[in-house]
Design a protein around this ligand. Structure first.
Ligand code: URA
Length: 241
């Protein structure tokens, strides 16, 4: 969310000072409501009319991609490896929100909205990300307890919101664990399990906030709906209070 006068000046319609004048003169409408105060905040899904003109933005785009293994979460790669942007055909300058490792699969959000990306990534906004990890070895109760009590990563104590053993396979000496985190440190899940003595063999992000794969197969993407984007904004703003 940004201040209305900033949204107006960002659109190129006029300067911020002029935008404030328009607001105080009662010439600005947001979603049909006349605004006459300067404190109002808006998001880029709001309709803003200034002196009878509907503002136009560079259209913002928001996607969820089911990232396959062997794909890098950046806009380009020096080594010529496939990137998450290779799944998009657009002239917009898209980029991923946060990172998934080269070998991690699952939900990754892609956008050209910098404000949205920052909100989604900022740890204070506590957006939950849920992962399914396949571990080498069979995790015991005391290790789960240890993980739940927190792991120091880059000087910060990372306490997962949830850790749950889902299944064990004695034959292959592996197990499946669900873990929900909100910090977003580099390699956070792998480091949490490694610290407890377990290597992650496979990792999949099942959801980001309430956005899940929901039938999206590997390498497929879909646009987020306006409602989903708004809900994600609200989620971040509420948690960040
Ligand atoms: N944690 C990891 O260790 N890897 C990822 O890709 C995401 C979270």
């Amino acid at each position: 969310m940004i201040r209305l006068q900033k949204a107006i000046s960002d659109s190129g319609f006029c300067s911020r000072r002029k935008a404030e004048e328009y607001i105080l003169k009662g010439k600005v409408f947001v979603n049909g409501n006349k605004i006459t105060e300067l404190g109002v905040k808006v998001s880029n899904t709001d309709d803003i009319i200034v002196d009878g003109n509907l503002l136009s933005y560079t259209e913002k785009e928001y996607y969820v991609l089911n990232k396959p293994r062997g794909v890098i979460s950046s806009t380009k790669d020096d080594k010529g490896r496939k990137t998450v942007l290779d799944f998009f055909d657009t002239d917009k300058r898209l980029y991923p929100i946060g990172r998934l490792d080269y070998d991690t699969t699952g939900v990754i959000l892609i956008t050209n909205d910098g404000e949205f990306a920052n909100l989604m990534m900022h740890p204070k906004n506590m957006i939950q990300k849920s992962y399914i990890a396949k571990l080498k070895g069979i995790i015991d109760g005391s290790s789960i307890k240890k993980i739940k009590s927190g792991t120091i990563i880059d000087g910060v104590k990372c306490i997962p919101d949830r850790v749950k053993l889902k299944s064990i396979d004695k034959k292959s000496n592996t197990c499946i664990v669900e873990i929900v985190i909100h910090d977003g440190k580099n390699h956070e899940v792998k480091r949490i399990f490694q610290n407890a003595g377990y290597d992650v063999i496979k990792l999949k992000r099942e959801s980001f906030g309430f956005i899940s794969l929901d039938g999206l197969s590997s390498g497929k993407k879909r646009k987020l709906t306006k409602k989903e984007v708004k809900q994600l904004y609200n989620l971040a703003n509420k948690k960040g209070l």
